[in-house]
Design a protein around this ligand. Structure first.
Ligand SMILES: Nc1nc2c(c(=O)[nH]1)N[C@H]1C(S)=C(S)[C@@H](COP(=O)(O)OP(=O)(O)OC[C@H]3O[C@@H](n4cnc5c(=O)[nH]c(N)nc54)[C@H](O)[C@@H]3O)O[C@H]1N2
Ligand SMILES: Nc1nc2c(c(=O)[nH]1)N[C@H]1C(S)=C(S)[C@@H](COP(=O)(O)OP(=O)(O)OC[C@H]3O[C@@H](n4cnc5c(=O)[nH]c(N)nc54)[C@H](O)[C@@H]3O)O[C@H]1N2
Ligand SMILES: [Mo]
Length: 567
């Protein structure tokens, strides 16, 4: 999910969460912030209370859109056209920060050429957003100095994910909303430590700190520290790995902290690939759906049972501390990996997490001054080159990491799958407040479970009328990959022609029907757009609607969780 190349560096917030409070414009595109990043959303709502303008661009009427002064409801997968339209107005009306563009960027002429073709009227035709709204947003975002842009999966989970991020970067540079406090290009990263995992090189083409595997100097430096010659060729991405497993080129896999059986697109294809493997190891804190398919399951401990660090979306490295003793002989992930490595003939020699951090600091310029003993209070934001450095609240102050910021103009391209007579609806998928991903963790708490016990599909009232379905009716949802059965939720949260299903429910796993098409550069799947057909299911006379929990083992678990209401 990471490694999205931007015009000027790696994928973390350029600025800090605290700065949000005093920003004047918040442009939130493809992020359901109040539900998915509630702590960050609190800062946004504080800013709104102080008079900031909140602009949300999302096809769905999300909770955060309810707080916005302007809500742009573009058709799914048309963000490049929307952003080009906004930049067209900025150029046309002379709102470009010319001195910034001259001093700090390159390739403006190419951007101008492409963007000129996206007049507000052209952008309206593609996106469905009224031309006047596009003009209004362009003026507000460009003219206010303290304008912050935020994006999340609504921008990245497309075959044009990199194009979308590039368009956001183009907009930010065009208006000089970068390199100053209360500005910036701010991706809201997902998991507690996805930023840290990427920073540490859990990507196929980089070592820690985004030092490239293909760079002989980096390879030699790290190889020397480890006493091994390192391969010069980048590894495979996750999607490529499963394809290789399916074609027989990859024989064994070690999956750690991930439940791809539920979270990857087109999951029946994925399960087929897993079954072809000779050997599968899964390292998890619970028996996940993927662990059930493994030859060996290695039990890891949770965040509360280990020491170490997590790095959050604003690049802040924070210390975590063990508060309960590990149970059932489970071990921290680092320890399991070290033990496996030792058995395979290479002794990593770490005795505790702080020793690993010392090695990270030694080999990673941006983490050079980040050591456990310095993290006790508030943590430190990278880059932090040495132990006298206090960390970096916002990036790109004087120059971009690569020198000049490059405009990467992009043309609009449609999603991989379009609607037609057979599959007339666009399906978009995502999350909701009360659930966490595939449910291996959150399904174990009854307080969360009761909030939204079953999977649903959001359908606009007009579409529901045409289909003849009501809330809580059951429908089949079919794509070119497969089908699931879900409950209907009639709501104007989703616009006509678009339906939404959360991916949290294993009993109606939406990834059985999503499209595995990926962005050619970032290899991120197009979770946000595929084409589906909806078929109403009406119970026969005298029959009651069967529960979605229709598998034997699920009913058993369910009965254990419930008690009879007391009369
Ligand atoms: N409670 C809870 N919080 C979470 C998570 C969770 O599972 N549960 N997961 C965490 C993780 S790992 C992540 S990555 C984040 C994700 O956080 P978000 O990205 O905010 O969540 P999503 O629901 O995936 O999608 C965000 C929005 O994208 C919109 N969208 C769909 N198509 C398009 C489009 O074409 N363009 C635009 N602009 N928007 C579109 C959807 O309507 C949706 O509101 O949340 C994190 N926080
Ligand atoms: N349709 C659709 N699919 C999506 C998305 C979408 O928007 N739509 N979003 C995608 C995104 S952004 C994400 S991030 C993925 C998430 O997909 P996954 O990462 O596969 O989902 P999780 O349920 O978070 O699974 C994490 C696993 O890690 C385990 N775990 C937790 N803590 C630890 C630990 O400390 N050590 C170890 N070893 N294991 C641990 C949990 O028990 C769980 O089984 O889903 C992706 N899939
Ligand atoms: Mo994520």
């Amino acid at each position: 999910m990471a490694g999205l190349a931007s015009a000027f560096g790696s994928g973390a917030m350029t600025n800090s969460i605290e700065e949000i409070d005093n920003a004047r414009v918040l442009f939130v595109i493809g992020s359901n912030t109040t539900e998915q990043h509630p702590m960050i959303a609190m800062h946004m709502l504080d800013a709104v209370d102080k008079g900031a303008t909140l602009i949300v661009a999302d096809p769905r009427k999300t909770q955060v859109a309810g707080f916005a002064q302007i809500h742009l409801r573009q058709k799914s997968g048309t963000d490049v056209a929307l952003l080009n339209g906004i930049m067209n107005v900025i150029i046309d009306e002379g709102l470009v920060d010319i001195s910034f563009v001259k001093r700090r960027t390159e390739n403006f002429d190419d951007l101008e050429k492409i963007v000129r073709a996206y007049s507000p009227d052209v952008a309206e035709k593609i996106t469905g957003v009224p031309a006047d709204e596009i003009k209004r947003v362009a003026r507000i975002y460009a003219t206010e100095k303290r304008s912050m842009l935020f994006y999340s999966m609504g921008i990245t989970q497309h075959i044009t994910g990199v194009d979308n991020v590039r368009s956001c970067a183009n907009l930010v540079m065009l208006t000089a909303h970068i390199g100053q406090p209360m500005t910036g290009l701010n991706p809201l990263r997902g998991q507690n430590n996805v930023q840290g995992a990427c920073d540490m090189g859990a990507l196929p083409d980089v070592y820690s700190g985004y030092q490239r595997v293909s760079d002989p100097k980096a390879r030699r430096k790290i190889g020397n520290a480890w006493g091994r010659k390192l391969p010069a060729r980048p590894g495979l991405t996750m999607i490529d790995m499963f394809d290789a497993a399916l074609s027989g080129g990859l024989k064994a896999m070690y999956i750690m902290g991930e439940n791809p059986v539920i979270s990857d697109p087109d999951s029946s294809h994925l399960i087929e690939a897993i079954k072809k493997l000779d050997f599968l190891v899964v390292q998890d804190i619970f028996m996940s759906d993927t662990a059930e398919l493994a030859d060996v399951v290695l039990p890891a401990v949770t965040f509360a049972e280990k020491d170490g660090t997590f790095t959050n979306t604003e690049r802040r490295v924070q210390k975590i501390r063990r508060v309960i003793r590990p149970m059932f002989g489970a071990m921290p992930d680092w320890k399991i990996i070290s033990e496996v490595s030792k058995k395979m003939g290479y002794d990593m020699g770490y005795r505790a997490p702080h020793e690993i951090m010392e090695e990270v600091a030694l080999l990673t310029p941006s983490y050079g001054g980040i050591l456990h003993h310095r993290l006790d209070n508030f943590g430190i934001q990278w880059p932090c080159p040495d132990t006298s450095h206090a960390g970096t609240p916002f990036l790109h102050r004087k120059k971009f990491a690569k020198g000049l910021g490059t405009f990467n103009p992009v043309d609009f391209a449609p999603p991989a799958e379009n609607t037609d007579a057979e599959y007339p609806f666009i399906l978009t998928t995502g999350r909701m407040y009360f659930r966490y991903h595939t449910g291996t963790m959150c399904r174990r708490t009854s307080t969360l479970e009761r909030e939204e016990p079953e999977c649903f599909i959001e359908i606009n009232p007009k579409d529901a009328g045409r289909l003849g379905v009501r809330t809580r009716n059951r429908v089949r949802v079919l794509s070119r990959r497969g089908e699931i059965v879900v409950n209907v939720l009639v709501t104007d949260r989703t616009p006509e022609g678009i339906v939404f299903i959360p991916f949290h429910f294993r009993d109606a796993a939406v990834n059985l029907i999503t499209n595995p098409a990926v962005d050619p550069i970032a290899k991120i799947p197009e979770f946000k757009v595929c084409a589906v057909r909806i078929v109403p299911l009406i119970p026969k006379p005298g029959e009651r609607q069967k529960s979605l929990y229709n598998r034997k083992e699920d009913i058993k678990i369910l009965l254990e969780l419930y008690e009879e209401p007391k009369v």
